[in-house]
Design a binder for this molecule. Structure first.
Ligand SMILES: [Zn+2]
Length: 412
């Protein structure tokens, strides 16, 4: 009798929940669910730099090659590429913006990037033509603005990460706050130039991209579409600008992996933070996030910027050792993992290929398996549980958490 009572009660609760949250349930169910767990390592800001960057990157890739997935592919760094830095001397002499390019002016790091591509431990992805706004930079240079003192004093290479944060945006003018979006015409020519350079440097266009400082808008997405970009890497939101106090303005504030925008581009989402130089993340905290992604049948997308590897030698060693530990834990504890680069996941989600193809070195890997219904149901319940506190609370109050928990645990 008690069993029947509970079944009746739970069915009534489910009917109520369905009436209340039908559209949420349908949208969540329609998201992609993976049987194989894609593991991506997204690393922003590689590009022009001191020759020591080449040594650091070599050490990082030498570690990645030792980690193999369920089809014996090595771990692969999706390197988010900055293609140029300002040519300050030439800008000062002419008053116009001029560039120093990654391949021509920084051959040592460019060579290591090429080796990584051939070794299948590195896949380049467009970050930006540069990590600043060129026009704004040239104007500030002419005005001898104090914010550019360090840049103007450096004869060879200088790190854009030392610029004031609002000046590091690429698709906005951050000279004054609030930031101003660049014009549609400027966006189109900037993205077209970047794609030409990228293709010349790496032999294939970038199918996916991530905007510097996560600052972009609809017009930038349209410019990307004109260059056949099919996937956009995000941190789970889009920022279109910064307000007068410097705060980022989010629109939309929430993006799920697999969401499609108005230009038919698919969004990818970083969900594991491994930025140890910031002092916030450890291999342990990153693995906890990876496990939560796995339970939800989501890709594990690790964010780890270049600066973790290009500051002191000691910080670099610790960051590499920690990433090594994290990848080791992921391989040991999560089943059926697949190391992928972001454009490959983008192509898979857009149904562009059967097999996984690394377009930069022509290597192919078996296709990814999506979750069958029972695993998908468990992962669906996990997604509701982790994302919606009210639903979790209702689960506890009604006892629905018990059958949900049973499904979740037996479906993994
Ligand atoms: Zn960046």
């Amino acid at each position: 009798m008690a069993v029947l009572f509970f079944l009746g009660f739970w069915l009534t609760c489910l009917a109520g929940l369905w009436l209340w949250k039908k559209s949420l349930f349908i949208a969540t169910w329609r998201e992609p669910y993976f049987a194989d767990t894609p593991v991506l390592i997204e690393s922003d800001d590689w590009g022009p730099g001191g020759d020591f960057h080449a040594e650091r990157l070599t050490q990082l890739l030498d570690m990645l090659v030792l980690h193999k997935d369920s089809v014996n592919r090595s771990a692969v760094l999706t390197a988010d590429m900055v293609l140029a830095v300002p040519d300050v001397a030439k800008i000062e002499a002419t008053g116009q913006y001029h560039r120093r390019l990654l391949d021509k002016d920084f051959p040592v790091i460019y060579q290591v990037l090429q080796q990584g591509i051939q070794q299948d431990t590195l896949v380049p992805q467009l970050h930006g033509m540069e990590h600043l706004n060129g026009k704004a930079f040239a104007d500030l240079c002419q005005q001898q603005d104090p914010r550019l003192t360090t840049a103007r004093a450096s004869l060879d290479w200088w790190d854009w990460e030392k610029l004031d944060s609002p000046l590091q945006g690429h698709y906005v003018d951050g000279r004054n706050l609030p930031t101003q979006a660049i014009s549609a015409a400027d966006a189109n020519s900037l993205v077209a130039d970047a794609m030409n350079c990228f293709t010349r440097m790496f032999g294939y266009p970038s199918l996916s991209t991530v905007a510097p400082c996560y600052l972009w808008n609809d017009e930038i997405e349209q410019s990307w579409q004109r260059q056949n970009i099919i996937a956009i890497q995000t941190a789970g939101y889009r920022c279109t600008g910064r307000d007068e106090t410097g705060h980022y303005f989010q629109d939309p504030p929430l993006i799920r992996a697999g969401n499609i925008n108005r230009f038919a581009q698919v969004y990818l989402v970083r969900n594991v933070m491994y930025e140890p130089v910031d002092g916030k993340n450890t291999p342990t905290s990153a693995f906890a996030e990876a496990e939560i992604a796995y339970r939800q049948a989501l890709p594990v997308s690790i964010s780890t910027h270049r600066y973790n590897y290009t500051r002191s030698q000691e910080e670099c060693q610790q960051a590499i050792a920690g990433l090594d530990q994290l990848l080791g834990q992921i391989r040991a504890k999560l089943p059926n993992i697949r190391f992928l680069a972001s454009p490959e996941l983008g192509e898979f989600l857009q149904n562009k290929t059967d097999n996984i193809v690394n377009r930069f070195n022509q290597r192919q890997w078996p296709k990814l398996e999506l979750a069958a219904t029972y695993r998908k149901t468990g992962a669906f319940l996990y997604r509701l549980y982790y994302r919606h506190r009210k639903l979790a609370l209702i689960g506890y109050c009604t006892g629905l958490i018990i059958p949900a928990w049973l499904i979740c645990k037996t479906s993994l």
